[in-house]
Design a protein around this ligand. Structure first.
Ligand code: BG6
Length: 482
């Protein structure tokens, strides 16, 4: 009843929050490079959703802003040191993403940028040196800015074609170095932030909000399915998965209306896995689309592509659960969003207001397995917190250890329940820039990076107490969580 023998313990990151070096190695500008650090509104996702005017202003007034995702934690120059630290913790897997504009700076070029390709060759070689398996996300938010400005990102099928070209390039190049892949990170973020997920702006679209967002999702489903088919054709040994931000829905009360509501909202979230795992639009969306006047442009063969491009496994990010209260006028888009509007009185929140729910993790995993019977990979789970460096240079983070202990305990319970989970990549093994708030001080890592929200600091790496704790967890294959 212990964790499986070859369980993939490790950590997860994304290029745009980690790498930095935004102008080096022939890289083009990414959508994420235009997101700025802002002190107010820290707890919302507002900062990652731009308007056209903001975008244009920032391009011509760069000096007025700090753009944290251009700098990350400077992994680009520190990757050897960082990977050595991951190896010291005993990592079996490292989830990372490839920066699309490092490979195709504007997305539209005919030939890829060799310097960008070489960088990832070097990173994968370094990982393999320590026996760490890379698990690579094809797209984790950093879309070539050119595709956003010229084609409104994934609203256009041109962007889909460019994505497929990019996917084929890297799948082919790394076919002998990378076995595990994911297509789109948190594909359902599109409902909350189409700029972040798809490089698309509503104001640049002829569609209304609902049609716009579900069309983006459709185009991503097609792109994802084509990447899955390409992966299987290039190397049948590759395993390629989908990735959603899974939000388990709790009814607010035993009132059947609340129960119904949680089922309905759950569908809106499961929708993203259903399409990619079952290979077709689920029955319940027909009515949702009809009643909301959503008419998707579905091209010839799209449904066939989706059918043939089903994924090999499911991956999720698990941060929190979500309470649903009956609301017949509920806005469809909000129902699928990533922020829980109703407070759960039984749970404590993180400093950033995210409910902490370890038992919900077990429930989530059981429900997922019950529904799909597919292997599951935990692509993200973690807590953002403020850390303090003591006078002697140590960092004591019992709050982080407590969070992981409780979640890993419940993960273990789910595995004992019979759920097929083959790996666990906690989010942000080393401090990186927050996606939603662009802060460096919202720290997830077991490794501290000496940099502040404005990019000041030495970028020195320092082991926190949690570093040694996770090292022990991995060494004992999850037996010793003390
Ligand atoms: C997930 C994303 O939503 O959550 C990551 O895939 C992100 O990119 C992580 O960093 C944690 O969120 P945040 O906003 O605290 O960085």
């Amino acid at each position: 009843m212990s964790f499986p023998k070859n369980f993939l313990w490790g950590g997860a990151t994304s290029a745009c929050q980690l790498e930095g070096a935004y102008k080096e190695g022939g890289r083009g500008l990414a959508t994420t490079d235009m997101v700025i650090y802002e002190t107010p509104d820290k707890k919302s996702f507002k900062g990652i959703e731009l308007t056209w005017d903001q975008l244009q202003y920032r391009k011509t007034h760069e000096d007025e802003f700090f753009f944290p995702k251009r700098h990350g934690n400077d992994f680009y120059h520190h990757y050897k040191e960082d990977i050595a630290l991951f190896a010291e913790m005993g990592f079996k897997v490292f989830r990372m993403s490839i920066s699309w504009p490092r490979i195709y700076p504007n997305g539209i070029e005919e030939t890829p940028n060799e310097e960008g390709l070489q960088f990832y060759d070097d990173v994968f070689d370094e990982l393999h040196k320590y026996g760490i398996e890379p698990l690579v996300t094809l797209l984790h938010y950093d879309i070539p800015l050119y595709l956003c400005e010229t084609y409104n990102g994934f609203e256009s099928r041109i962007t889909v074609d460019c994505f497929v070209k990019y996917a084929k390039t890297v799948l082919e190049r790394y076919k002998n170095k990378v076995k595990y892949w994911l297509t789109f990170n948190e594909i359902n973020i599109t409902l909350g932030s189409p700029y972040c997920g798809c490089g698309a702006l509503l104001e640049r679209s002829k569609r209304d909000e609902k049609n716009f967002k579900y069309q983006l999702s459709h185009n991503q489903f097609v792109a994802s399915a084509l990447a899955v088919q390409a992966a299987h054709a290039i190397n049948p040994e590759m395993k390629i998965g989908c990735m959603i931000c899974r939000l388990e829905k709790y009814p607010n009360s035993p009132d059947p209306k609340d129960i119904y509501q949680s089922m309905f909202e759950s569908h809106l979230n499961y929708f993203y896995i259903d399409v990619q795992v079952l290979g077709e639009y689920p029955y319940y969306m027909k009515r949702v689309f009809e009643e909301n006047n959503i008419h998707l442009d579905i091209e010839d063969h799209d449904l066939e592509i989706i059918k043939k491009g089903v994924v090999d496994f499911i991956s999720i990010s698990y941060y929190e659960t979500y309470v649903c209260k009956y609301n017949p006028n509920l806005d469809l888009i909000h129902a699928g969003s990533l922020i829980a509007p109703i407070k759960n009185p039984y749970l404590k929140n993180t400093d950033w207001g995210w409910p902490i729910d370890p038992l919900g993790f077990r429930t989530t995993l059981n429900n997922l397995y019950d529904r799909y019977h597919k292997p599951i990979f935990i692509a993200e789970n973690g807590i953002g917190a403020k850390d303090v460096i003591e006078a002697d240079g140590s960092i004591h983070d019992p709050y982080r250890i407590d969070f992981y202990r409780k979640h890993i305990e419940q993960l273990h319970e789910a595995i004992k329940d019979g759920v097929d989970v083959f790996g666990y990549a906690m989010w942000g093994p080393i401090d990186i820039v927050s996606n939603s708030t662009s802060e460096m001080s919202k720290r997830y890592g077991f490794i501290y990076v000496d940099a502040d929200d404005l990019g000041n600091g030495t970028y020195q790496r320092i082991r926190k107490d949690s570093f040694y704790w996770y090292q022990k967890v991995i060494a004992t294959n999850g037996e010793d969580l003390r």
